[in-house]
Design a protein around this ligand. Structure first.
Ligand SMILES: Cc1ncc(COP(=O)(O)O)c(C=O)c1O
Ligand SMILES: [Zn+2]
Length: 421
């Protein structure tokens, strides 16, 4: 393991690898895990794990060891699809989808759960907790079941039924908090502290980002070690986005690539705290940003895309920094555009995203419409969760099934209606 310690995203204070907390002891900011990249690069070159198609293929870049080898579930190693027909809808020639709905609990969150639970086991924890809009919780429950840990999940009361049922089926204790995701988050923080649980909550726990960054490593390898021009990421707390940016930065620090992609943030206009903050900072672009003084906006989120419905982004600073440093765009799309994007992705690619996971395609269309994206750019949209997690929302953008009698005439009438004379 080549982890060197931690660095605060806000005040840049560093802690040694022995530091046991999750937040900066100087200013309370989120912590980034740092490594000795020349050692990482050497180890990655020597690793000889060409056959391994999961996230532990990148163990040289990870701050944990696997408790069991092989890991009991296959996390990562998800497909990268070229989406030619979908891209054509916006005039793009090089569109790809990274389909992370193929993970065991059907979302990208499994990458974070895998690394955080390895860390939990290393620290001797037997109970793990998380606040979640739904996917982080069902993911934690899934991996806890596989690793024989107990999971306590805090979700907002109105989380989609499929996500709750997943978590319950995996045997987690699920607490549906009367209130928003932000209320669930605060309660999970105090309860985990009180009862001594290992808290996997997004943003707060620096190990989640380490799992999510592996998505960038896979894209790079799937593109035969090319760097895309843009990676478009749906954001609520901003942790997937900051993780994916970190992955590209680490490939560069390890000398494996020599340029970086732009990272675009896709949000619903009804939950756009990160987007608003990026636009506010860009208005003052003549000043260099002093990150220790940047505050991230808070909003009252109401989007239908429940996974990205967040009032106060818990990894907002890291995400805002990633968008600005990468030269990416921050885009807010309407909920209607997100729902249309679900159906379009499904119909033009065969990949069925949940609403949050369709936001990147809605954002790409907006950028293409405004000519802020070139038709030849190599663009990767991250499909962060499966459409099966929220069929009620997808149903709003599709026709209903035709109910017919069990007869051939009924089929004919339904599909080949007689034209009026
Ligand atoms: C499917 C999906 N997409 C995107 C996100 C946004 O991730 P983050 O909150 O790290 O920005 C989530 C988070 O729950 C998610 O489940
Ligand atoms: Zn700090």
């Amino acid at each position: 393991m080549y982890m060197n310690g931690y660095r605060c995203f806000a005040c840049m204070a560093e802690q040694s690898a022995e530091f046991a907390g999750f937040q900066c002891p100087v200013c309370g900011g989120n912590l980034d895990i740092i490594y000795d990249y020349s050692a990482v690069a050497q180890d990655f070159a020597d690793a000889g794990n060409a056959e391994q198609r999961d996230l532990f293929r990148y163990r040289s870049f990870l701050p944990v060891e696997t408790p069991q080898n092989p890991f009991p579930l296959r996390i990562g190693g998800t497909p990268l699809y070229r989406a030619t027909r979908l891209g054509r809808q916006a005039g793009l020639r090089n569109l790809y989808l990274k389909d992370d709905s193929c993970n065991p609990s059907a979302s990208l969150k499994d990458r974070a759960s895998a690394v955080t639970l390895c860390r939990a086991i290393e620290t001797g924890a037997s109970v793990v907790s998380a606040a979640s809009t739904g996917n982080a919780g069902s993911s934690l429950a899934c991996l806890a079941a596989a690793l024989d840990l107990k999971a306590v999940i805090f979700v907002p009361e109105d989380a989609p039924a499929a996500k709750l049922t997943q978590a319950l089926s995996f045997g987690a204790r699920v607490l549906a908090v009367r209130g928003s995701y932000d209320d669930a988050y605060e309660l999970c923080l105090v309860a985990s502290e009180e009862f001594g649980w290992f808290n996997r909550s997004t943003g707060f726990n620096p190990f989640t980002r380490e799992g999510k960054k592996t998505c960038a490593f896979e894209i790079w390898e799937d593109l035969e070690r090319r760097v895309p021009d843009r990676v478009v990421v749906a954001s609520g707390d901003g942790n997937i986005l900051s993780g994916i940016w970190k992955g590209w930065c680490e490939l560069k620090s390890a000398g494996l690539i020599d340029r970086l992609p732009r990272i675009d943030c896709a949000q619903s206009a009804a939950s756009a705290a990160i987007t608003q903050t990026v636009h506010r900072l860009r208005l003052n672009q003549d000043q260099t940003v002093d990150w220790s003084h940047v505050t991230v906006d808070e909003v009252h989120a109401t989007t239908i895309a429940d996974s990205i419905s967040v009032d106060r982004p818990r990894d907002g600073l890291a995400a805002v920094k990633a968008v600005i440093q990468s030269g990416g765009e921050a885009i807010a799309v309407s909920d209607d555009e997100i729902l249309s994007a679900v159906a379009e992705m499904a119909q033009f690619t065969g990949v069925f995203p949940e609403p949050a996971a369709a936001a990147p395609w809605a954002a790409v269309k907006q950028m293409a419409g405004e000519q802020s994206i070139d038709k030849d750019e190599l663009v990767v949209c991250i499909v962060s969760g499966s459409g099966l997690k929220d069929v009620a929302s997808a149903a709003e953008a599709t026709d209903t099934a035709l109910v017919i009698e069990p007869s051939l005439d009924a089929v004919r009438d339904a599909l080949y209606p007689v034209l009026p004379a």
